[in-house]
Ligand binder design. Structure first.
Ligand code: NDP
Length: 251
């Protein structure tokens, strides 16, 4: 077997935000290496098409429309994975958005959505997966932070706060889940080419972010490979954080 597939083949992996970008690329990447992928996002047509594409190539996939701001829907996604495939080995709490704007613009709706999806969505994923992983005495929780979880700049206060929260929650989780042999991983990407810049609601800021991404962003496979690296370690090795950027990104 290709060494890269070690500890990937046969694993049941739940991915939130699987309808585009990092989640979609990771679903394809892991399915090609023999993982069973369970896909959640609001755009049901997209995740169903992706699941169809994966199963059409002989892989294993299942899609369920999921809004991560609703704890019951996240629980239903995780429970569906366990009911259909017998267990959950990995959850990738990936769904997120980045509606950058200066605080003085008072975009309260953007702040609420950022906190609801980027923080509470991750917490709901943890809440849904933990009981299964505790029972299994095994599992891996991969939470997606960002370079923005390490630094903040103008316009990024709420987004960086949400991504810092993801790192803090994950480190707290890491220390708490020792009794159940559960691994925790933070993945903090720099600019990766996805639909994320489209979540900026201010046209002028969106244009600037779009230009920055066009100049520096790298392929979403970079993230998928980081996930595969963390997953494929022997079970007694816990990769706690991966921070990566495009080589040409200076921020
Ligand atoms: P995309 O916009 O391409 O993907 C975001 C995903 O999140 C979509 O699948 C979207 O699905 C999903 N999503 C958004 N809101 C919800 C919701 N309420 N419920 C369920 N799913 C939701 O961006 P990325 O792939 O880049 O983003 C993935 C993660 O990576 C995010 O957490 C982002 O912050 C993080 N990240 C990305 C970086 C980048 O440069 N691309 C850099 C650092 C971090 P749908 O709309 O169908 O619900």
């Amino acid at each position: 077997m290709d060494t890269e597939n070690t500890n990937i083949t046969g694993k049941v992996v739940v991915i939130t935000g699987a309808s585009s970008g990092l989640g979609e690329a990771t679903a394809r990447y892991l399915a090609e290496r023999g993982a069973t992928v369970v896909l959640g996002a609001r755009r049901a047509d997209r995740i169903q098409a992706l699941a169809g594409e994966i199963t059409g190539k002989g892989g294993q996939a299942f899609a369920l429309a999921t809004d991560v701001t609703d704890a019951a829907q996240v629980q239903a996604l995780v429970d569906a994975a366990v009911e259909r495939f017998g267990r959950i080995d990995v959850i990738i709490n990936n769904a997120g958005l980045m509606p950058l704007s200066p605080l003085a613009m008072r975009k309260l709706d953007d702040w609420d959505r950022t906190i609801d999806v980027n923080i509470k969505g991750v917490l709901y994923g943890i809440a849904a997966a933990l009981p299964h992983m505790q029972r299994q005495q095994a599992g891996q929780i991969i939470n997606v932070s960002s370079v923005a979880g390490h630094k903040v700049g103008p316009g990024g206060a709420v987004y960086s706060a949400s991504k810092t929260a993801v790192r803090v929650i994950t480190e707290g989780l890491r220390q708490e889940v020792k009794p159940w042999n559960i691994r925790t991983t933070i993945i903090s990407p720099g600019a990766v080419a996805t639909e994320l810049p489209q979540s900026v609601t201010e046209p002028e800021i969106a244009a600037g972010v779009g230009q920055f991404y066009a100049a520096v962003a790298i392929s979403a496979d970079s993230f998928a490979r980081a996930v595969a690296f963390a997953m494929s370690q022997p079970e007694d090795v816990d990769i706690n954080e991966i921070l990566f950027r495009p080589t040409r990104q200076d921020l």
